[in-house]
Design a protein around this ligand. Sequence first.
Ligand code: SAH
Length: 204
Amino acid sequence: MVHTQLLARGIKDPSTIEAMQQVPRHKFVPKKNMRQAYNDSALPIGNGQTISQPYIVAFMTETLNLSPADNVLEIGTGSGYQAAVLAKIVDSVYTIEIIKELAYSAKNRLDTLGYDNVTVKWGDGYHGWPEKAPFDAIMVTAGAEEVPEPLIRQLKNGGRMVIPVDDSHGGTYLIKFTKTDGKLKKDILEPVRFVPFTRDKRSH
Ligand code: SAH
């Protein structure tokens, strides 16, 4: 997986490559999909959601330019795989999942596998996690129609955010934001496909 899917496509960051080598992806997919765990594709994880393709996980991780002391927020825990990859690289990972069943199963899985620097919360990630902010890096793993304002506010100066955002032509692009002196720099990266970012109507 690392050679043919990541190195061959230009993933270079040593800490990302090491983390992708270490995290057992087969432990994050349903038993019936275990044999496909290292395939070059996204896979179903139940509740209509998916675990992203390995290349996309690596690309988004590399894009955040992470350092060991970083405090990171992920929106869209899903299986917990991306959170585990982040947890191998940084000091602390906070991750929010809107589907209760997925939030609790990811929490159990991450606890069982010993990722004790990951904290999982069930809720609507639109609001971020103000009590744990500010963050050095934020990763959103569901395709959003707009960039949630609270997430921008919770980014440190010097912080990076990567988020798939829908354009007006039915496409979705990975966007990287970098906050410097309170200003946001926007870089449009790759076209991608993601499950949609949803909202919890009860929280309004
Ligand atoms: N990062 C995951 C894959 C995520 S799929 C992994 O490594 O397995 C996207 C996830 O985002 C889904 O589980 C979906 O339920 C969740 N999601 C969608 N909208 C959300 C929101 N507003 N807040 C939190 N999670 C959300």
